[in-house]
Design a protein around this ligand. Structure first.
Ligand code: 5GP
Length: 214
C-alpha cells in the first residue's frame, strides 16, 4: 500500500549555473524556474546599468558604487566579483533560512563567484557549467540580443574564452545545443541532488519509524 502523506524533511542546496554570456543560461534559468517547485532565484546586486527590459529587483538590484562598497563593508555579501568592469554580488539575506526550509536557490554567477561560494560551503553547492555548441553559435546569440555595442560584443567573445577555461571546476557540464533538452538535463540534476542522503535530514526519523513498525 502506498502512503501519500510521506514527506521527508530535507535541506535545500545552492544550484550554481555559470557559462560565458550568450550561452543561453538566462533562458535555461527562466524555464527551469517556471517548471520547478521549491526553487528560487537569487537576485544579485550589480553596478552595471540596466539593459532595456530589465527590472530592478527582478533581474538585478541595480545599485551605485557607493551602495556596493557599503554592502561589502557591512558584510552583507556572500561573494562578489568584477565582471566587464562592473561589480556583481550575491546578497546573503535569507539564504540560510531558505536552505533550512528545504528551498533550493538558483545562482547565475561567474566562475569567480562560484570559487568563493565553494570556499564558504562545499556541501550545499552543486555547480553546473553550460557550454555553447560552437563559438559561432555563441557569437550569434550575443549579436541577436542587440543590446550591446559592437565593442562590447567583441570584449565578451574574448572574455568567453576566459570563462570557458574554468569548465573543469564544475560538478556538471552541459552543452546547450537545444534549450529544452538543456532544461531537462538541469532538471534531472536538480531532482537527483534532492535525493542525496545528506540533504534528507528527515530520513533517520523515517527509518526509525519503519524499524519500529516491524
Ligand atoms: P550580465 O551583465 O550579462 O547580466 O552578467 C555578466 C556576468 O556576470 C554573467 O557571467 C553572470 O553570470 C555574472 N554575474 C551575475 N550576477 C553575479 C553575481 O552576483 N556574482 C558573480 N560573481 N557573478 C555574477
Amino acid at each position: 500500500m502506498t502512503n501519500p502523506s510521506i514527506h521527508i524533511r530535507r535541506r535545500g542546496f545552492m544550484l550554481v549555473i555559470s557559462s560565458p554570456s550568450g550561452a543561453g543560461k538566462t533562458t535555461v534559468s527562466r524555464k527551469l524556474l517556471a517548471q520547478e517547485t521549491d526553487l528560487e532565484m537569487s537576485v544579485s546586486v550589480t553596478t552595471r546599468p540596466a539593459r532595456p527590459g530589465e527590472e530592478d529587483g527582478k533581474d538585478y538590484y541595480f545599485i551605485d558604487e557607493g551602495a556596493f562598497q557599503g554592502m561589502v563593508k557591512s558584510g552583507l555579501l556572500l561573494e562578489h566579483a568584477l565582471v566587464y568592469g562592473h561589480h556583481y554580488a550575491t546578497p546573503k539575506a535569507s539564504i540560510e533560512k531558505k536552505l533550512n526550509q528545504g528551498i533550493d536557490i538558483l545562482f547565475d554567477i561567474d566562475w569567480q563567484g562560484t570559487q568563493q561560494m565553494k570556499e564558504i560551503s562545499t556541501g550545499d553547492i552543486v555547480s553546473i557549467f553550460i557550454l555553447p555548441p560552437s563559438s559561432q553559435a555563441l557569437e550569434e546569440r550575443l549579436r541577436s540580443r542587440g543590446q550591446d555595442s559592437e565593442e562590447i560584443v567583441h570584449a565578451r567573445m574574448k572574455k568567453a574564452a576566459d570563462e570557458i577555461s574554468h569548465w573543469s571546476e564544475y560538478d556538471y557540464i552541459i552543452i546547450n545545443n537545444q534549450v529544452d533538452e538543456t532544461v531537462e538535463q538541469v532538471s534531472s540534476i536538480l531532482h537527483a541532488e534532492r535525493l542525496k542522503r545528506r540533504r534528507r535530514v528527515g530520513l533517520a526519523e523515517f527509518v526509525n519509524f519503519l524499524r519500529g513498525e516491524n
